[in-house]
Design a protein around this ligand. Sequence first.
Ligand SMILES: [Fe+2]
Ligand SMILES: [Fe+2]
Length: 335
Amino acid sequence: MSPTKPPGLDNYIQVSRHCLLKLYGEITFDLFTVPRGTHHTGEPVLLVRRNCMLSNIRNIIADSGFEDFYIKKADQKNFHHLIENFIGMTIDDQQMPLAEKAKIIYNCAANVMQDFFADPRSGENLTRAQHMTSNIIQFALTDPASIPSLLKLSSHDYYTFTHCLNVAVFSIGLWQAIYPHRQDSLQQFALGCILHDIGKSRIDDAILNKPGKLTGDEFAVMKKHPQYGYELMADGVSDISLDVILHHHEKHDGKGYPEGLKGDRISDIARMAAIADVYDALTTKRAYAEARDPFKAMLTMKEEMVGHFEQEKFISFIHLLSGRSSPPQVHKKQA
Ligand SMILES: [Fe+2]
Ligand SMILES: [Fe+2]
């Protein structure tokens, strides 16, 4: 990994040598390197032109002596699309450091979600999102450090598609903290989380990205996104996923939307998603607000959002963020 990116690399992103050596298929991007000794000043030089089979160039990569490989930013979608098919192999790779795996998985998942938001009716995009969700869960199950390593990568600039991904990662972590031995429904819950704001794809950008406070009418439009999401996904995902999509803005005190459900009438999974959703929104830079640091975000949720969240799950979330293991939730016995 290069510590700081030299100016000549502004339009490039670094790709993993280890990853390039493991993949196969056709590369749909030009591959560059920076010769030794020129790393801090030099422009990358073209090593392999696109449309080659990786199997044919593996020796060039392995024998070149170069450690750092780059692709143009304009090609990053092509790169992420290629490695999407190898995520399972990446997760199982014993030699790849966890942080490197996390970066590959996060960037690939962000790419999938960007495509999903561009075309939420595409069956192929839904399949890709389902596949990525399974991979994130698989990654989370392999090592307790996986979720923190993914969260470190979460973008501080707000995009709806990365927000959805972040909420899914937080929610999987929260699920594991609350239900350490339960995996049934986790996939469907996580899929609901990764798709939770898909209804925003039907909301005008002028409202979504408005730099100031929304007017009453604009907020009324914004509040339709859970219902829009439900309608978009009704034929494609399970009731569990739909529950998250429709109810992630319900509040424990009944003052949420769209249905104003209160307390136990909100499912456990919708309550979990609601916490992750607000936390990620607060810690991300928005058009109308700077990102809060994690401590201030937790304080805001605790003191300024009284009644919004179920306390037990909120405490589990605080434990998750502080790296402490959460005490299992005690369910009261029926009298
Ligand atoms: Fe939402
Ligand atoms: Fe959200």
